[in-house]
Design a protein around this ligand. Structure first.
Ligand SMILES: OCc1cccc(Br)n1
Length: 475
């Protein structure tokens, strides 16, 4: 039996409450460490955000898919030292299977594509909003779960896929009231690091792990940038390099290589990066083309080149990008890139792919900070219906049913309540109307309806309630 079950039993027996089954020790009503409850107002915000994501996915012709939150651990046993694999929420189940709560969705997507082998009509434009998990020592009190909007295009070799994904991301930002002054998207290509490391004689099998380390550098850099406030200067990379020097040397990278990398990583223009890369650099060519396509989408104000962006996932192979808040206060808002080799690492056929992940936490922090977050306090149903006295409750049920048949969301008051209480309840829940079933009006075949937005009350014939409902729904 699990230790927790034993503990609970002990607890019950210790408190001698086994008999009446009421534990004397208060239940811990918090959700598990690092997880969140969504009460109705929180759920209304979450539903609003997810609907914004769904709307954009629909605009761009993406289809929704899903996969189990539980996957075989083997999907994530990459050896590149990524944070996401080092913090796996994994366990051995009762069937002795090594399983994990998914830390990201892309491997599940790759598994689903591979399961169908050639049976899928490429290209695929698929999206999902999975809850993803990590088990991080609560040293930093960070969350262990988040919901992450995933948008992926499979089967397209060209940079057009990345441009379409960037456009979809920008459309979302615009739809929720953010501008290119609030958010930027840094673009880079792992080809840049790849070409530099190749020139320096570093074997290709070290590229992924180097990128993962450099991504830490990026995080360390951001920390040191705040501390040392010397943006875009070589010094910044010197100091943080020390923080990962050991790991870089473990990778077998010479100090001269590390120095050369820091020169490359501080480039923030295509022109300057072209000067340190081979003349016929593929990375420069694809990035130049990507910026031209961004111009065609009219999103050039949102995107910029930044050679320090490599993202922390080992499987990216080409263009990578990261959305950030221009004030530099929050962590990355979203990130993505091209991952052409992921299926091969699972033993599948080479299939080009690109996509992004967009978490539900940072964006909400940003919307709050920019004061563009809608409010969701009220339940927002249309009408409250109540009977002034219990012998009219059957009439109230009929009234509610008539209004519901016309598509109105109705909160039928299920108990005897004072009118004052009902009006307060209706206003607190931002209902639009309140229908009162009372004796004298009922004798005339009528009910009384209060318009809560203007506070006026009028009587309506019960057999005219359907027309009334149609009429108010048009307003
Ligand atoms: O962004 C990395 C990540 C993965 C799973 C759960 C959470 Br919270 N964060």
């Amino acid at each position: 039996r699990s230790s927790a079950a034993v503990a609970d039993k002990d607890l019950l027996s210790k408190t001698g409450s086994e008999k009446n089954n009421r534990a004397k020790v208060a239940l811990d009503t918090n959700p598990p460490k690092g997880t969140r409850d969504f009460y109705p107002p929180d759920m209304r915000l979450r539903t609003w955000l997810f609907n914004q994501w769904r709307d954009v996915a629909a605009l761009y012709g993406f289809s929704e898919y899903d996969a189990p939150v539980l996957e075989s651990e083997s999907l994530y046993t990459r050896k590149a030292g990524e944070e996401v694999t080092q913090q796996l929420y994994n366990f051995v189940d009762k069937g002795d299977r090594a399983v994990a709560l998914r830390p990201e969705m892309t491997p599940s997507l790759a598994r689903m594509v591979m399961a169908k082998k050639g049976g899928l009509n490429l290209p695929l434009k698929w999206f999902s909003i999975p809850q993803c998990w990590r088990y991080e020592r609560m040293t930093r009190g960070r969350r262990r779960e988040h919901f992450q909007w995933n948008m992926d295009i499979w089967g397209v070799n060209g940079i057009e896929a990345e441009a379409e994904l960037l456009s979809a991301m920008v459309t979302f930002f615009k739809n929720v009231g953010l501008t290119s002054e609030d958010v930027g998207i840094k673009l880079n290509s792992r080809g840049v690091i790849g070409e530099v490391l190749t020139e320096l004689g570093v074997p290709e099998e070290k590229f992924a792990a180097t990128c993962v380390l450099v991504d830490k550098l990026e995080k360390v850099r951001r920390y040191f940038t705040d501390v040392i406030c010397c943006r875009h200067s070589q010094e910044k990379f010197k100091v943080p390099i020390a923080a990962i020097q050991g790991e870089l040397e473990e990778l077998g990278l010479e100090t001269s290589t590390i120095e050369k990398l820091t020169d490359v990583l501080t480039n923030t223009s295509i022109e300057s990066i072209s000067a340190v890369l081979p003349k016929d650099s593929v990375a420069v060519k694809e990035l130049t083309q990507l910026f031209e396509l961004c111009k065609a989408y009219g999103i050039e104000d949102w995107v910029m080149f930044d050679a320090s962006v490599v993202r922390g996932l080992a499987y990216y192979t080409g263009v990578v990008f990261e959305a950030f808040d221009r004030k530099g206060v929050l962590r990355a808002i979203a990130g993505g890139g091209r991952y052409d080799k992921l299926l091969e690492t699972f033993g599948g056929d080479p299939t080009p792919a690109a996509g992004f992940g967009f978490g539900d936490a940072v964006i909400v922090e940003l919307l709050k900070e920019r004061d563009v977050l809608p409010t969701f306090e009220g339940s927002g149903y249309d009408t409250v219906v109540f009977a002034m006295n219990s012998d009219l409750y059957g009439v109230a049920i009929n009234v509610a049913s008539t209004l519901r048949a016309e598509g109105q969301s109705v909160d039928l008051i299920l108990e005897a309540k004072k009118t004052k209480w009902v009006f307060k309840h209706a206003s607190r829940n931002e209902a639009k109307h309140c229908v009162i079933v009372a004796g004298n009006e009922y004798e005339n075949g009528e009910v009384s309806i209060k318009d809560l937005s203007i506070g006026e009350q009028k009587t309506v014939k019960i057999d005219a309630l359907s027309d009334w409902a149609k009429d108010v729904s048009q307003k």
